[in-house]
Design a protein around this ligand. Structure first.
Ligand code: AHR
Length: 523
């Protein structure tokens, strides 16, 4: 049995919980759009061809904002191809994923889908093959009310499709995607990108001054240009943009589960590094405004050393529409890691104000669907959905005193990883906590300062199901093998405050390899 003590103090807060921290991502890639969110002819399709079963799961997931249409795809995409009468839309090659893009689904469809799903749109522009003019035209098309070439064209297209002619009112825009990456169509140096992003941002804000802009940051901490890229890009764009992006994907390497389970340590360090770089540019440029972070791609993604039916191809081999790409099947271990990555995002909620798990459905996603078949929740759905539901109010700064676990990649780490929020309106204190230990249960005690606990409102845990192991996953034939189950034995001390440091106000025992949420009523 391992042990951890967590101190929670009413006065030690980090920030309000940013609603956009629970974002997702829909890319024209694999089966995310076609046979994911959109499949006319499916028994569950609505009048626009949107899958109602997938939309219901997206709502249950609690996704608040969805980035669209890419990803690598956007760097070769002409947004005009996806608007207007379907029969006039061109069929194109998507070089990024070696796929045929029919353009049957485009901007109007996505905006309508998001409206029905009650999700904010985060639109990415192409700064790979295109530039300032197409960017400002897109903002005019989307957001200008009427009486100009592009806004009247939007109205005309909407009227023909039977949808609202009103402006889309898209607030959040990404200035391209991963342009630091040599794989990106239209890859650029930091100087080239910094100047282009600055001019595109300027022109876009001249069309609509209320938009918020995200500059492209490094596509990973491992990039050789990480740090200098952010510094150069921000030195050009600091006045024009509001956020800089971060991307990170994690996987287990060579069966080293202990290191994989501690990847939130890597994420913590990555975020701290970007915050330091932003603030150094702020100081050197004598700026007063604060730039924040849009962590607009993150997840578990098995990219290397994978050779199994469960993790199919990364890039299509033949030219076809919506091939199966990177449909990773997620295990119990992956779900625990996803929980801890979300803890890291919450712990940095004062600077990470937007985050998008990549992606929403089928492509490295919490939701899976089959063409003409069912849709279901992967294991990683559960920590996302519970945190999105219960993390409200303010994020609390925790002090964790835990037994250590040695890892090859991150040194000694806490066996317990946690984050917490307190909602003054409801009086709910929510603790999100993972036991990274593979062998032992962990006894966790919560010391409350400035709070008195009176009732356990929720206590649920995701762990290895009976008869399973750490690789157990949900799939077509077994859609509910892994999920949240009641966490038994959460105890409140009699005083509700902890007994002079001996035992906490709340104590619980977490099974080996588990992620849990415990919500208590406090005053
Ligand atoms: O999410 C899959 C891909 O990962 C995106 O297209 C790209 O931006 C990133 O490298």
């Amino acid at each position: 049995m391992s042990h951890a003590r967590i101190i929670v103090d009413r006065d030690f807060t980090i920030a309000d919980v940013p609603p956009r921290l629970f974002g997702s991502f829909v890319e024209h890639m694999g089966r995310c759009v076609y046979s994911g969110i959109y499949e006319p002819g499916h028994p569950e399709a609505d009048d626009q061809g949107f899958r109602k079963d997938v939309m219901a799961l997206a709502k249950e997931l609690g996704a608040t904002v969805v980035r669209y249409p890419g990803g690598n795809f956007v760097s070769g995409y002409n947004w005009e191809d996806g608007v207007g009468p379907r029969e006039d839309r061109p069929v194109r090659i998507d070089g990024a994923w070696h796929t045929i893009e029919t353009n049957a689904f485009g901007l109007h469809e996505f905006v309508e889908w998001a409206k029905r799903a009650d999700i904010e749109v985060m639109e990415a522009i192409n700064l790979g093959t295109r530039g300032v003019d197409e960017a400002r035209a897109l903002v005019e098309y989307a957001n200008h009310p009427s009486g100009t070439y592009w806004s009247d064209l939007r109205r005309e297209h909407a009227a023909a499709a039977g949808t609202s002619e009103e402006p889309f009112g898209i607030k959040l825009w990404c200035l391209g995607n991963e342009l630091d990456g040599p794989w990106q169509i239209g890859h650029k140096t930091a100087e080239e990108y910094g100047r282009l992003a600055q001019e595109a941002a300027k022109a876009m804000k001249l069309v609509d001054p209320d938009i918020e802009l995200v500059a492209v940051g490094s596509s990973g901490k491992q990039m050789p240009t990480f740090g200098t890229w952010e510094q150069t890009v921000l030195s050009h764009t600091y006045d024009e943009v509001d956020y800089i992006s971060m991307h990170a994907y994690y996987q287990e390497h060579d069966g080293d589960a202990a290191s994989f389970l501690a990847e939130a340590v890597n994420m913590d360090g990555f975020i701290d590094g970007v915050v330091a770089t932003i603030d150094a540019v702020k100081a050197a440029g004598k700026h007063t405004k604060q730039i924040d972070i849009s962590f607009d791609e993150w997840n578990v993604w098995y990219q290397q050393g994978v050779d199994s039916e469960d993790q199919p191809e990364q890039v299509a081999k033949e030219w076809k529409s919506h091939p199966r790409l990177i449909e990773d099947k997620y295990s119990v271990t992956d779900a625990v890691v996803v929980g801890t990555l979300m803890h890291s995002l919450l712990r940095h909620g004062d600077r990470v104000r937007i985050a998008n798990q990549a992606q929403l459905v089928n492509v490295i996603a919490p939701i899976r669907s089959e063409e003409n078949g069912p849709a279901w929740r992967q294991t990683i759905f559960w920590p996302f959905a519970r945190i999105a539901e219960l993390a409200t109010g303010e994020i609390l700064r925790l002090v964790v005193d835990a037994d250590q676990q040695h890892t090859e990649r991150h040194g000694d780490v806490d066996i317990i990883d946690a984050a917490a929020t307190y909602d003054a309106e409801t009086g709910a204190l929510s603790l999100f906590v993972a036991n990274r230990g593979l062998e032992e249960a962990a006894e966790v005690s919560l010391d409350l300062r400035g709070f008195t606990a009176s009732e356990v409102l929720r206590a649920e845990v995701l762990t290895i199901p009976e008869g399973g192991d750490r690789h157990t996953a949900n799939d077509l034939d077994s859609q509910e093998a892994v999920g949240l189950v009641p966490l038994q034995g959460v105890r409140l001390s009699e005083s509700g405050q902890g007994e002079s440091g001996q035992s906490g106000a709340v104590t619980m025992s977490l099974p080996a390899l588990s992620w849990a949420v415990v919500q208590v009523k406090v005053a």
